[in-house]
Design a protein around this ligand. Structure first.
Ligand SMILES: Nc1nc2c(ncn2[C@@H]2O[C@H](COP(=O)(O)OP(=O)(O)OP(=O)(O)O)[C@@H](O)[C@H]2O)c(=O)[nH]1
Ligand SMILES: [Mg+2]
Length: 206
């Protein structure tokens, strides 16, 4: 993917505040501090388009970023961080669920998991939501620079079993080494630019 332009468009909580227009969207979801914002920055070759932080729970709104005036990348607030104030946590579920269930421009969600962790109930809940709303999910396992090849293979088994997905459907990534970046773009481009009527080509006209 050649990145020609990127810009922050806006933050939103409610549908009325989502950006107008008709650009297709890819959203990024995952536990707080898992590396969602870092993944977006690597994908668009920017160090700081999206703010990253050592403090979990930094991203608390839905943030929309426009790429190449062609599509949007959407950074969703992370879940599962205990120290986020109650009022924000209470707002989180409805905010995310409204977006996932009602955003017709949403083409896919990248669900990000930490290679070192066993997926949580919230990770599984997120995948279940996506399946319930028929949103294609791409599972990216990140922070791969932090484990050995053996550990990676072991964790791949743990993660695929916990999520109930085939092991070979997981994509591996590291924001540090940028491993996996091109592969993730290939998947995203396929989702973003697949023509509307593809798949119907084999059906006879009459
Ligand atoms: N070693 C390593 N560190 C990473 C990687 N990805 C992210 N980090 C670090 O993990 C921390 C959190 O990264 P963010 O990208 O801010 O995570 P986030 O999921 O957007 O966090 P919230 O917005 O708070 O939910 C930062 O200190 C990053 O530098 C990675 O692939 N490898
Ligand atoms: Mg973030």
């Amino acid at each position: 993917m050649e990145i020609r332009s990127t810009k922050f468009v806006k933050s939103a909580v409610q549908p009325a505040h989502y950006p107008p227009g008709d650009l297709p969207e890819i959203a990024f979801a995952g536990k707080s501090n898992v590396g969602k914002s870092s993944l977006i920055n690597v994908l668009v070759n920017r160090k700081n388009l999206v703010r990253t932080s050592g403090t979990p729970g930094r991203t608390q709104l839905i943030n929309f970023f426009e790429v190449n005036e062609q599509f949007m990348l959407v950074d969703l607030p992370g879940y599962g961080f205990a120290k986020v104030p109650f009022a924000i946590k209470a707002q989180w579920g409805p905010m995310i669920e409204r977006y996932l269930s009602g955003r017709s421009l949403l083409r896919a969600v990248v669900l990000i998991l930490d290679i070192r962790r066993v997926p949580s109930d919230e990770d599984r809940q997120m995948l279940a939501w996506l399946q319930a709303y028929h949103v294609p999910a791409l599972i990216v396992v990140t922070k791969c620079d932090k484990v050995s090849k053996n550990e990676r293979a072991r964790q791949a088994g743990v993660i695929s079993r916990a999520m109930g997905v085939p092991g070979d459907s997981l994509l591996y990534f590291s924001a540090l080494t940028k491993e996996g970046k091109e592969r993730i773009w290939q998947e995203l481009e396929g989702t973003l630019f697949r023509s509307e009527d593809e798949g119907e080509a084999a059906v006879p006209a009459d």
